[in-house]
Design a protein around this ligand. Structure first.
Ligand code: WT7
Length: 647
C-alpha cells in the first residue's frame, strides 16, 4: 500500500519549530532518557516550589503507579492567568464569538485575572475549598472558562458536564463525584435558538436526587427567566457583586487532581477520568505549542466544546498556559449558514483552526458554499480531532478551507491521554490524508495482537502505549480498580487505548477505530451499554442491543435492536417514543438512527449476545456472518436479516 502523500507547505516549513531531523533527534532523546527530557520540559510551567522527582511510573500488574513531578507545587490557574500579567496583561486572552454574527467580546489577560479571581472569591463565599468537587454545566461562553479557572485557583476539582446532556446524565455525574456546587446558565444559544440549561439542572436535582449539592450558581446569559430556589440558587452577578480581585492561588501538589471528566466506556456507567495538575499542565502546554506550532501573535481557534477533553486541553489550559489568544465560539458551523466558519476566521484573523471531521463533512455536503464570502488567508495550520478523517474530507478541508497552503494536523488522542499523542507535527513530516503519522515526544505507541504479542513492521493490530507520559490520566474517580482493569489488564505492562491501528511501511500510524463496544458518533464518544440501559429503562422494552455502523456524515450511526415485552405492539409510534426517550434519558447525541424490532437476539448458549453478528447486519454485510455454530438458536439471525433497516 502506498498512500498519497502531501508535502508540508513551503511557508510553514520555513517558519516551523521542527523539521524531520530535529523531530527525530528530539524524539530519540525523549525515548532514550525520559527522566532528563521531562525534567527539562517541566520548566515551561511556573512552579511555586520546584520538583526534584520527575518520573515515577509503573504499569506492572499489581504495582500500577503514575506520578510526575510529584514533589513540585504549582497552581494551574496561576499558570494560565497570573504569570502572563507582567508581559501580556493587555494582550487578548479570549476572543468570544457569540451565536449571532455581530456578537463578540475580547477579554485581556488582565480582565481574565479580575473575572476569575472575583468568581473564585464568590465560590469561596459558598464554602468551596481545596479538594471539593464543583460541577460545571455551561454554554460556550467565557464564564465557562472563568468557572474552570476559578476552581483551579481554589484547588477545587471541576467536573464539566457537556451542555447537551440530559437531567439523568447530569445527576449521575454529580452524584458519582459528590459535587457541592453546580455552575450553570439560564440558557445557552445555538443556531439562533435558546437552549434551556437551568431547567435541566432543576430536574436533575429534583426531590433529593443529588444530596451533595448545596448551591446552584446561575449565569444570566439571555433574557429568559427561570424560577430560582431560595437558599439554594444564586445569580452569578449577585454572587460576585461585592467580591474583589484579590484571591491568592492555592498551592497545589503536582499530583493533586485538577479535574474529573466523565467519558463513556464499553460497560456500565460513565467513567470519571481524573487528571492531576503538574504533568497535565506540562503536557497540555507543550503539545499545544508543538502540534499547532504556536507563535506569540497567533489567534488560535479550537472549535470544540469545553464539555469535552478537547475543550479542556486545547481551548482553556494549553493555550492559556502558553499565553495564546484563544477563540471560543458559542454557535454552530451552519448558522446562519455554512459560510460561518470562514467568516469568523476572516473577522478575527484566525491563524490556526482546530475542528472535527464531522463538522468538515457537514460543510462539505453543501458543496463549496462554506468558502463563499471569506478568504481565509490568515490561516496557517488546521487541525482535525475526534475520529478518523476520511481522505475525501481531508482533501476538501485542505483545498477549500485551507486554500492548499495549510498543513492538516490529524491529532489522535483520548480523554484519558490528556493531550495529543500522535499527529503530523509541522513541519516534521509530509502528510498522508487519513494518517495521524508520528508519536509526540516521549510517547511510545506500538501494536499488539489479541494475545498481546508485539507486532513489528507494516501491520495492523491493537494500539497500546508502552510507557507513561505526563498528561496521562491517573485514575477513575472512586474506582481505581476499574482504571487498572480497563487500561492495564488486557495487555500486561502497557496502556491499552481501546483503538485499533495500522502501521504502514514508513512507520506511520493510521487509526482504524475502536476495538471495544464504544461508539464514535459525530466525534462523540458513547458506550453501547449506556444507550442499552437507557432503552431497557422504558417499560415497553424487554431487551436491547446497540451497535455502530458506518455512516457517511456521522462516521458511525447508532443501530438499535429491541425486543419488546410480551403484549406490547412494536409499531412506528413506539419507535418514535423510544427515540425521544433516549434523547431525554441520555442526550440528543445518542439519538438512534435505526430501531429494528427483534423478536429474539442472537445469543450463545451461555446467553451472551453476539454483537459481531448484529454489527454485520446493521452494516448491511450480512452475507458473510462468520461462524454462527455456537448460537443457541441460529434461526433468529435469518429473521433479523430479512427485516434489516439499513439497506
Ligand atoms: C477516541 C477518544 C481526543 C479528543 C476528542 C475525543 C477517537 C480521536 C482521533 C483521530 C482517529 C480518533 C479514537 C479515540 N479519535 N481522535 N485523530 N483519528 N480516531 O476524545 O471522547 O475520549 O474519544 O476518539 O477512537 O479512542 P474521546
Amino acid at each position: 500500500m502506498s498512500a498519497l502523500s502531501y508535502p508540508m507547505p513551503e511557508a510553514v516549513k520555513a517558519s516551523a519549530r521542527l523539521n524531520p531531523q530535529t523531530y527525530a533527534e528530539k524524539y530519540q532523546q525523549s525515548i532514550a532518557d525520559p527522566e532528563a527530557f521531562w525534567a527539562e520540559e517541566g520548566k515551561r510551567i511556573s512552579w511555586f516550589s520546584p520538583y526534584s522527582q520527575v518520573k515515577k511510573t509503573n504499569f506492572a500488574p499489581g504495582e500500577l503507579d503514575i506520578q510526575w513531578y510529584a514533589d513540585g507545587t504549582l497552581n494551574a490557574c496561576y499558570n494560565c492567568v497570573d504569570r502572563h500579567l507582567s508581559e501580556r496583561g493587555d494582550k487578548t486572552a479570549i476572543i468570544w464569538e457569540g451565536d449571532e454574527v455581530d456578537v463578540q467580546k475580547h477579554i485581556t489577560f488582565r480582565e481574565l485575572h479580575e473575572e476569575v479571581a472575583r468568581f473564585a472569591n464568590g465560590l469561596k463565599k459558598l464554602g468551596v475549598k481545596k479538594g471539593d468537587r464543583v460541577a460545571i454545566y455551561m454554554p460556550m461562553v467565557p464564564e465557562a472558562a472563568y468557572a474552570m479557572l476559578a476552581c483551579a485557583r481554589l484547588g477545587a476539582v471541576h467536573s464539566v458536564i457537556f451542555a447537551g446532556f440530559s437531567p439523568h446524565a447530569i445527576a449521575d455525574r454529580v452524584n458519582d463525584c459528590g459535587a457541592k456546587v453546580i455552575i450553570t446558565s439560564n440558557e445557552g444559544r445555538r443556531g439562533g435558538k435558546g437552549v434551556a440549561l437551568k431547567p435541566n439542572v432543576d430536574e436533575a436535582l429534583s426531590g433529593d436526587a443529588c444530596p451533595t449539592i448545596e448551591h446552584v450558581v446561575v449565569l444570566k446569559h439571555t433574557d429568559v427567566d427561570f424560577d430560582m430556589h431560595a437558599g439554594r440558587d444564586v445569580w452569578w452577578h449577585e454572587l460576585i457583586g461585592d467580591c474583589d480581585a484579590d484571591c491568592p492561588p492555592e498551592v497545589m501538589q503536582a499530583e493533586d487532581p485538577l479535574f474529573i471528566l466523565y467519558t463513556s466506556g464499553s460497560t456500565g456507567k460513565p467513567k470519571g477520568v481524573v487528571h492531576t495538575t503538574g504533568g497535565y499542565m506540562v503536557y497540555a502546554s507543550m503539545t499545544h505549542e508543538y502540534v499547532f506550532d504556536i507563535k506569540e501573535d497567533d489567534v488560535y481557534w479550537c472549535a470544540a466544546d469545553v464539555g469535552w477533553i478537547t475543550g479542556h486541553s486545547y481551548i482553556v489550559y494549553g493555550p492559556l498556559a502558553n499565553g495564546t489568544t484563544t477563540l471560543m465560539f458559542e454557535g454552530v458551523p451552519t448558522y446562519p449558514d455554512v459560510s460561518r466558519i470562514g467568516k469568523v476566521v476572516d473577522k478575527h484573523q484566525v491563524n490556526i483552526l482546530y475542528t472535527a471531521p464531522t463538522a468538515i463533512r457537514a460543510l462539505m455536503a453543501k458543496g463549496d458554499a462554506a468558502a463563499k464570502g471569506s478568504k481565509r488567508d490568515s490561516l496557517r495550520i488546521m487541525g482535525s480531532v475526534g475520529e478518523p478523517i476520511n481522505p475525501e474530507a481531508w482533501e476538501w478541508y485542505y483545498k477549500i478551507i485551507g486554500n492548499s497552503k495549510c498543513p492538516i494536523v490529524d491529532t489522535w488522542w483520548q480523554t484519558e491521554t490528556g493531550g495529543i499523542l500522535i499527529a503530523p507535527f509541522p513541519a516534521a513530516t509530509d502528510m498522508k490524508p487519513g494518517s495521524a503519522m508520528l508519536p509526540f515526544f516521549g510517547v511510545k505507541p506500538a501494536l499488539v495482537d489479541n494475545e498481546g504479542k508485539k507486532l513489528t513492521g507494516a501491520t495492523e493490530g491493537n494500539l497500546i502505549i508502552e510507557d507513561s507520559w505526563p498528561g496521562q490520566a491517573r485514575t477513575l474517580w472512586n474506582d481505581h480498580e476499574r482504571f487498572e482493569q480497563t487500561y492495564f489488564s488486557t495487555y500486561k505492562n502497557v496502556y491499552f487505548t481501546g483503538d485499533g491501528a495500522r502501521v504502514d511501511e514508513d512507520g506511520h500510524f493510521w487509526i482504524t477505530g475502536r476495538v471495544d463496544d464504544v461508539l464514535n458518533v459525530s466525534g462523540h464518544r458513547l458506550g453501547t451499554a449506556e444507550i442499552e440501559s437507557a432503552l431497557v429503562a422504558h417499560e415497553a422494552v424487554a431487551e436491547a442491543a446497540v451497535v455502530g455502523y458506518p455512516h457517511d456524515l456521522k462516521g458511525q450511526g447508532i443501530y438499535v435492536y429491541v425486543t419488546v415485552v410480551d403484549g406490547v405492539e412494536a409499531n412506528d409510534e413506539l419507535r418514535k417514543t423510544l427515540v425521544q426517550w433516549v434523547r431525554k434519558e441520555l442526550s440528543p447525541i445518542a439519538t438512534p438512527d435505526h430501531i429494528q424490532w427483534a423478536p429474539g437476539l442472537p445469543k450463545t448458549r451461555s446467553g451472551k449476545i453476539m454483537r459481531r453478528i448484529l454489527r454485520k447486519i446493521a452494516s448491511n454485510e450480512y452475507s458473510n456472518l462468520g461462524d454462527t455454530s455456537t448460537l443457541a438458536d441460529p434461526s433468529v439471525v435469518d429473521s433479523l436479516i430479512e427485516n434489516r433497516l439499513n439497506r
